[in-house]
Design a protein around this ligand. Structure first.
Ligand SMILES: [Mn+2]
Length: 189
């Protein structure tokens, strides 16, 4: 697969409260997007703690990872975030999110994955993972609210596009200037 991540702090600050992560584990690929609440150093601490927790618990279920990450982030200001677990053999994606990060899958059509209310580190009532199949060449695009909520992907050539180039164009075209921003683009082989 191909993966690109790009993040940009508000006002080019030295700290960025948005963070991405990705890991290959056996036949699985795990992707995450995290938005530490607010911005600045406190947001960066929360986001980095979340990514580290996820990295250390890749074998667990999404329910377990979110519950553990919620406990881990209690001592921070908290975060929003989404995690996608892709089974590369079967072409199956399982996703869950808490708060206002976004995830879009582009197969033959575009599908917006859902997120539940709450804060990682501040609690949430429910987590509802979704499972969808993704074909060869499918894109998974995850981004924080430093990017417009609705991005028009139809203006890009999504079949030919390079993941790094697409991440750059999304930040350039849809950046919201008042907040940190991060985008992760995954393309299945
Ligand atoms: Mn944000």
């Amino acid at each position: 697969m191909q993966i690109a991540t790009l993040k940009q702090a508000v006002n080019n600050a030295p700290y960025c409260g948005d963070e991405c992560g990705y890991w290959e584990k056996g036949t699985k690929t795990v992707l995450c997007i995290i938005d530490g609440l607010g911005h600045g150093k406190g947001a960066e601490i929360a986001a980095q703690a979340a990514v580290k927790y996820i990295a250390d618990h890749l074998s667990e279920s999404l329910q377990e990872i979110f519950a553990g990450c919620d406990r881990e982030l209690r001592k921070t200001r908290g975060a929003a975030g989404g995690i996608a677990v892709i089974d590369e053999e079967n072409g199956e994606l399982r996703y869950a999110g808490i708060g206002n990060t976004r995830a879009v899958v582009v197969n033959s059509e575009t599908f917006h994955l859902g997120s539940d209310y709450g804060t990682i580190g501040g609690g949430f009532k429910k987590l509802t993972p979704e499972t969808i199949s993704i074909g060869k060449g499918a894109l998974v695009i995850m981004f924080t609210d430093g990017v417009e909520e609705v991005i028009d992907l139809s203006r890009y050539d999504l079949i030919a596009v390079d993941v790094h180039k697409l991440a750059e164009m999304i930040i350039k075209d849809w950046r919201v200037e008042r907040d940190d921003a991060a985008v992760l683009v995954y393309k299945r082989r």
